[in-house]
Design a binder for this molecule. Structure first.
Ligand SMILES: [Zn+2]
Ligand SMILES: [Zn+2]
Length: 145
C-alpha cells in the first residue's frame, strides 16, 4: 500500500462514504481536466453567450478579474463516473461550466448535487438573506470561527 494516499483516517462524520467518495472525486476531477471536450464546451458557450459564465450562479471571471480572468471556468461532468457503463462516451452536453465555488459545492455533497439542485440552493439562499438594514440597534451577524 506504499505510495497510496491514506484514506483510512477519516474524522467520524461520513466515515463510511468518504474514502470512496474522495477517490471518485479525484477520478472525476482528473477526467474533467483531460480531453478536448472541455475546450469544445467552452467554445460552444462562447459562441452561444459571447462569454464564459457559471451555469449555476452566472459568475463571470472576465468581468470580475478582467484580462486575468478571461477564459477561466471549471468544467463539471454531470454524469458521475459510477453511473456510466464501461467505455461509454461522454458528450459535450454532459458537461456543465461552473465557477470554482459552485464546483466545490457540487462535490461537497454525497451524492453530488445536480445543476438544478445547485441552482435551487442558490435561489433559496438568496431568498432568505436578511435585507440590509441601517438600523443602529440591529443585531450584528454572529461571528463564525
Ligand atoms: Zn458559480
Ligand atoms: Zn466536477
Amino acid at each position: 500500500m506504499e505510495g497510496l494516499p491514506d484514506l483510512g483516517q477519516e474524522p467520524e462524520s461520513g466515515i463510511e462514504e468518504a474514502p470512496e467518495g474522495r477517490i471518485l472525486t479525484v477520478v472525476h476531477r482528473r477526467r474533467e481536466r483531460d480531453g478536448r471536450l472541455v475546450d469544445e464546451a467552452k467554445r460552444r458557450a462562447l459562441k452561444r453567450d459571447g462569454k464564459l459564465v457559471c451555469q449555476a450562479c452566472r459568475f463571470d471571471f472576465a468581468r470580475s478579474y478582467g484580462v486575468a480572468g478571461a477564459g477561466i471556468i471549471e468544467c463539471h461532468h454531470t454524469r458521475p463516473l459510477h453511473t456510466l457503463a464501461p467505455g461509454e462516451i461522454t458528450h459535450v452536453s454532459d458537461l456543465a461550466l461552473l465557477c470554482a465555488n459552485c464546483h466545490r459545492v457540487v462535490h461537497a455533497s454525497r451524492p453530488w448535487l445536480t445543476l438544478m439542485q445547485l441552482r435551487d440552493a442558490i435561489a433559496s439562499a438568496v431568498a432568505t438573506l436578511p435585507s440590509l438594514s441601517l438600523d443602529a440597534d440591529a443585531e450584528p451577524p454572529p461571528v463564525q470561527l
